[in-house]
Design a protein around this ligand. Sequence first.
Ligand code: SAM
Length: 473
Amino acid sequence: MIELSKNIADYLESLYDRDFVENYRKYIESYPNQYIRIDPFSDHQSLIERLKNYGIELEKTVLPFAYKVLKGSDKIGKTLEFTLGLYYVQSLSSMIPPHILNPTYNDLTLDLCAAPGSKTTQLAELMERKGTLIANEVNQQRVGSLNFNVDKMNLSCIGVMKQKGELISKTFDNFFDKILVDAPCSALGIVQKKNEVSNWWNLEQAEKIAEVQFKLLVSAIKAAKVGAEIIYSTCTLTIEENEFVLDKILKKYPVEIEEFDLPLKHVPGFTKFGEFENPKLALAKRIIPWDNDSEGFFVAKLRKKSETEPLVQSNYSKSHKIFFIHDHKFIKPYLNQLHEYFGIEKDILARFKYIQSRSDLLFVNKDWVVEENSYFIKLGLKLGVIDRKDKLNLHSDAARTFGKFATKNKIVIDSKEDLEIYLNGSTIKKELDALGQKIVEYEGMILGSAVQTKEGLKSQFPRNLRTNEILLQ
Ligand SMILES: C[S@@+](CC[C@H](N)C(=O)[O-])C[C@H]1O[C@@H](n2cnc3c(N)ncnc32)[C@H](O)[C@@H]1O
């Protein structure tokens, strides 16, 4: 059971009141409800039916892409569909900031503090998996989970940067149309899930984090075009983060705070506290956790009104432009191999641009605009590896993107035993007429690639996905 620390209880009583503290205590002692997010442009009904077979029951929420898990929450993170990224487990409140930002694929979009990628992957889905979405994260280990989620959700419209968010406008000044600043915070809205917060939380720490938030917002404003939208969100309930940060920003930088519709129950931001007063902050919104059976959040929408001074002139040497459109003479032979071997139509392959990274080939959607690929530690998804005979071996991630368009060398696994072997990365003892690579399908879902050898069908299911415990219906 989570103990509510005296620091937190005293703080909340001073900002809110005693009833709030009592509600907070009850909230952190209860179990969090689980929610899932399904790509708004996918077939929800067939996925809901599949999940029923595991004993998972879902209920609609006010957000059209979010469902509450009524039954089977112990299974929701273990299904094959979860492993294949057909849905994402995420709190309802956490889905709000991307929902408000609501980018389309025409918006150059930045997620400044992105790991582990719950909101990045949601933004990519809102952008219909196209366009340019840059996901930045400073912490190396957390970049690993961001990359993992981008691959798992099979998103080829994302470039991952590892950079102090404060410095992003060195690279991208006056550039983006939409920016999410889901800032590091003192996490009072998610103590139910992150209970160690109760051990370290104190006001000095919250104030230190507020300074970082301020700097991140300044950086986002510089990186935004005039007219661009910035969503600032935190999962904490203090006024030192949230309102005080916004107040300083609104006084010093050319942004205005704007109204927006928030479909969950919420309260306006504080406009007065002690000597502090700023009526505009009523446009910011606070989600109180127990009002919505979810987490506590704070959200505000800003619009950049005029030019800002660049942080430092960018002097980055731009020397790594190695994108290839589909009919470039370098990439064409490899795409022809995919066309001839798997029967993938050329117009499907033309929906992407291609990048060489040593012997690997990568792909991003064709609308990707940032030509300089050395900014990114990960860009797009893996298409495959070129072997010594100059043959392209298709990567499982690419098999998942292109598999539904393949008409040849595609095989269907039809037993649970074989499925388990495939998911373990082992070899299914199976004889096929032709040796070589195959795209593997199970119950209408593309699992990845495999190679038929004389011993059988050797799985190429990605190693990092194999470690999951996967339940089969
Ligand atoms: C609230 S979390 C982001 C959660 C993420 N948006 C999601 O929905 O999955 C804040 C993230 O900011 C990162 N962070 C902290 N300081 C940063 C900085 N100076 N620049 C960029 N990212 C930072 C943290 O490592 C953390 O991953």
